[in-house]
Design a protein around this ligand. Structure first.
Ligand code: KMT
Ligand code: NI
Length: 172
């Protein structure tokens, strides 16, 4: 894992866009973003149990596995959005970037690779992209039914219960 401020320069979303300004795990924690290095599945199982996660699946984001819809999928993942539940992703292979909004609305880019696990709290604005390798294999954990409906950013979400709870807990 490496996190840094996104440079906001034009160019493909899959490029590093590294401004050179590092963001540490402490600063991520203040936004409610938790990071774990999990070389053993036992650690993931324990965390899942603690947080009440019963189910999981695996996703391969790559042109080989997704075919023609790959480009479209990667664009969708990169639209700024939130979810009404936590998003837990455990990278099994390959790598990718999660971008999360900081308190001052900058993008923080979090580079994840094999054995990295991230928890994004409900209500945080974020987006995801593969990198130049165009390959990530990730495990997605969920409590009951997957609640991953992305709600794209817009003024109507200022009144969303989960957004308001997030703002109250982490941005006020
Ligand atoms: C999401 O919700 O943005 C995703 O699940 C991204 C793909 S998982 C690496
Ligand atoms: Ni998401």
């Amino acid at each position: 894992m490496k996190a840094y401020l996104y440079d906001n320069l034009p160019g493909d979303q899959r490029l590093a866009h590294d401004s050179g300004k590092i963001v540490d795990a402490d600063a991520l924690g203040k936004l409610g973003v938790l990071y774990y290095h999990m070389p053993e599945i036992d650690g993931v199982n324990e965390l899942a149990k603690e947080r009440g996660y019963k189910n999981r699946d695996e996703i391969f984001v790559s042109p080989e596995k997704m075919g023609a819809v790959y480009d479209e999928k990667v664009k969708t993942f990169f639209h700024e959005h939130l979810h009404e539940d936590e998003e837990i992703r455990y990278i099994r292979d390959g790598q990718g970037y999660f971008d999360v909004r900081s308190e001052d609305e900058s993008w923080i880019r979090i580079q994840l690779g094999k054995d990295d696990l991230i928890i994004l709290p409900a209500g945080i604005y974020h987006r995801f992209t593969t990198d130049e390798s165009n390959y990530v294999h990730a495990m997605r954990l969920f409590k009951d039914e997957p609640k991953w409906t992305p709600l794209n950013r817009g003024p109507e979400l200022n009144d969303n219960k989960y957004r308001k709870e997030y703002v109250n807990e982490f941005l006020s």
